[in-house]
Design a binder for this molecule. Structure first.
Ligand code: FE2
Ligand code: FE2
Length: 188
């Protein structure tokens, strides 16, 4: 593994490292089942939360430095920037894999038209066995059946969780929900 990535990983808390390891594990399973390149699946898993422990202020500064467009949602919830920032860190280190970049960038907000790798990362992050919510197992199983189904159902779950806490989901996530509900292949 890239030594820089390894060093960043070791700077994280044990709790975060354990989460990342479970995400990597689930990415490996999803990659095998759905025929995704395993090297990209590993890299997306390893890299996705490298910026997760920066403070709100650090995330905003780092995002600006990286040239990331900071919309009003990012401004209000800078924690969402840990995806875009980590994606840019990897890129600037020469780990330049466009699908990995996309997967890491969008893992905090979702989106429409994401690649299967990005859907897999969104799912693995949300349903890894350390997550504790009713229906977690069913979502994991849906993802083994179909990435679109698992992704759509997790988007639904995430949005209802955010709304129950009085939070407004990012417009990309709402667009993903609308696309899922309008897709005849994932009707449920
Ligand atoms: Fe994350
Ligand atoms: Fe994560």
């Amino acid at each position: 593994m890239d030594p820089w990535l390894q060093e960043k990983f070791h700077q994280l808390t044990r709790h975060r490292q354990d989460h990342i390891l479970r995400v990597v594990d689930l990415m490996a399973k999803l990659a095998e089942i759905h025929g995704l390149p395993s090297d990209q699946a590993y890299l997306a898993g390893w890299g996705h939360d490298l910026a997760r422990e920066l403070s709100r202020a650090e995330l905003l500064t780092e995002a600006e430095r990286c040239g990331i467009a900071i919309d009003s949602w990012f401004q209000k919830e800078p924690v969402l920037l840990h995806g875009p920032v980590a994606a840019n860190w990897l890129k600037s280190r020469g780990i330049d894999a466009p699908l990995v970049y996309e997967a890491i960038y969008y893992h905090t907000i979702g989106g429409v038209g994401l690649s299967p790798l990005a859907k897999a990362l969104f799912i693995a992050d949300g349903v890894e066995p350390g997550r504790n919510f009713a229906g977690r197992q069913a979502l994991e199983e849906a993802a083994y059946q179909s990435l679109d189904l698992g992704y759509g159902r997790l988007i639904e779950e995430t949005i209802s969780y955010l709304q129950s806490r009085g939070l407004v989901p990012h417009p990309y996530m709402i667009a993903a929900l609308e696309a899922f509900r309008g897709n005849p292949w994932t009707k449920h």
